[in-house]
Ligand binder design. Sequence first.
Ligand SMILES: *Cc1c(COP(=O)(O)O)cnc(C)c1O
Length: 452
Amino acid sequence: MPPPSTDLPDPAPDPAPDPAPDRGAAARPPSVDALARSLGGSGLPHAICVDLAREAIAAGDVAGAPARAEAYRRTLLSPVVNATGVLLHTNLGRAPVAVSTDARAVNVEFDLATGERGSRQRAVGQLVARLCGAEAAMVVNNNAAAVLLVLAALAPGRQVLVSRGESVEIGGSFRVPEVMEQSGARLVDVGTTNRTRLSDYRRALDRPDADVALVLKVHPSNYRVEGFVEETPVAQLATLGVPVVADIGSGLIDATCPWLHGPPPAWLRDEPAAVQALADGAALVTFSGDKLLGGPQAGVIAGRADLVAACARHPLARALRPGGLVLAALQSTVLAYLHRRVVQEVPFWRMVATPVADLRSRAESLAARLEGVLDARAVALDALPGAGSAPGATMPSYGIEVRGDLLDRLRAADPPVVARAREGRTFLDLRTVDPTDDDHLARALTAAASVA
Ligand SMILES: *Cc1c(COP(=O)(O)O)cnc(C)c1O
């Protein structure tokens, strides 16, 4: 592909002249411009169609040009139907959120009371702090940025104690030792991989060369060590006399899930939560906005006001600050919690709270609609929280099982449907599908069957 251009394409270097309207037209390739114009129906900008036309002609694949345009169009960001049963699918943007796109100015950094410049952290910061029971909070681009900023601002050149069992890699590119190194803080490993006790931390604090700025407790979100294991809870770490930073990762706000009817679901059993970590004495917690909180991609730092202020003053804070779109989406999410409308308004929690009986009846009616079209039946499935939250945990679900691997054909639907396949069968889990998309699923499956 030639470099993209935003200018009008230069028609001069066309590899071929316009074909003659009659004799010999079949033998000669069309002009780049004519071919590009014929791709206009793809909805792609003309400059892109010209690039694709040139590419198709150069490859001797004029007939394949529409397919190339369609393939290009499908690289653009667009809504998809998540029928994988993975609620927070990292490849599908984790938590689904509604975004308002009014083309209007917003008081992102403007204080309406004084008419002066304000702080972009103020509105969302105070709401998040209220929600977590913290003195203060601020927001950055993601949780990796939150941890980086906390370490850079509060422990430059100084020691940070981390349990060997928590010196982990999360999601492939977040490795605690590497983030530590980038921040300029010095990692001090304490304890062993499977057991770290309070006395291990104490020993590190009592060393003659000790210069400990923080104790960092990292939730090993995406795996679980079973058996002869011991970790030191935040409440004990808080007795050490050094600020404790708890990277809880998943962004569960309150372990009691007061926004659900009934007790917290079993799959949440081992997830640390912001309210409890702070109540137990963590000086700061950090977490993602787009995991169990159910908001946009963001990272939250919440806790002691003096420490949050030090983070906000650090030069990196400017580089890691989120834009107004993210702040607005996070504000909506947090307001839904404070209004106690989580299940109604936060799509992730709506998916969690849907009774399995509802999913079952949707699956049965879908299967009934597909009778005679393809071999489909309603089946019990296990949905997953995803995004490395609650590893190994599942929640009961229901969906459709179809004979054959239809993944490619379902992805070709518009909007694309993303499902899972195993042993020559395709599974569509309805816990992650909005009920208004059931009709689309039926049509996509019918179309997939007709190609079969
Ligand atoms: C997910 C996670 C991160 C990384 O968060 P991002 O928002 O993806 O940057 C860091 N720490 C923990 C414990 C996590 O679970």
